[in-house]
Design a protein around this ligand. Sequence first.
Ligand code: TXA
Ligand code: MG
Length: 322
Amino acid sequence: MKNIYSNIYKSNFINLKKAKKNIENNNIIGLPTETVYGLAGNAYSDKSIKKIFSLKKRPAINPLIVHFKNLNSLCKDVVCTPLFIKLYKAFCPGPITFILKKKPESKISKIVSAGKKTLAVRIPKHVIAKKLLKILKVPLAAPSANISSKLSSTCAADVVDEFGNKIKFILDGGRSKIGLESTILDLTNKPTILRQGAISSEEIYKIIRKKITVNKKLKSIKSPGQLKLHYYPGIPVYMNKMYPKKNEAFITFGNKFKNAKNHFNLSKKNNLREAANNLYKTMRKIKKKKYKSIIVCKIPNKGIGRAINDRLKKASYKYANN
Ligand code: TXA
Ligand code: MG
């Protein structure tokens, strides 16, 4: 029942039970979600959470998202305000994470939230993630399945690319449908988007009819994980450019670009959702082809295009500032 990689497992009934056993034994597994793959572990267990931080080389100050099966289980750990319930009804399960106040009686490992009194919670939509959560008695802490500051994984093979055999069990759920991490909405104060994603501020506004702040500047970002270079493919990235140099890959968007060898089109149909889905996949491909750097044409800054530009901006941060 194994893939060409010995640690990638087909998502059938038997392997879901194996995944469950792994979680119960405080092992960390690769888990498909509709946004990106996660590195999942028992959210109640300090031992599991320590393993996640160590595998990812993640600074201990950067808290994790906890994934729940439904509203009932989530309400045991966080304060579910009326505003949150409204948004939950509109968008869950789905690609959105909420920052809420943690209940004092919460059993979630303290290490998850890095000493904060808040908790990031999400109910994923991917059928495999849902099935696994349903048979588990515990919620799953799951950051994106990548080494800290690197590109997220959008298929099981990417997880192997990042961690090799250090992750012994990866459930194969195909390519993540969205391909970019969830929108993060902080509801502990005035509604604030901490990370852009597939669900836009306009869609959120339609539900809550309240002003939504979008944290755009790197220095004012509240999520510690977003303070520095992030989503980094391992080679320099430069945004809003048109003429690639020798050994440079050119990420394009739309139908006005030619099919040159070093051109990588995110969506010939001008479709931003398709472009979002292709972004990390394309950057990984370029890296493997041994290009020395990447330039990216201007990408429309609307809808999920804002999330694409946000990721590109952070991937190019170092170079934009030098
Ligand atoms: O789509 C996703 O959200 C994926 C999948 C696997 O669910 N997960 C993901 O997790 O992207 P991660 O750990 O790579 O990103 C979570 C972000 C980090 O920037 C972290 O700082 C922020 O969420 N975060 C977590 N808890 C927080 C909290 N209590 N307050 C503010 N930010 C928080
Ligand atoms: Mg991440």
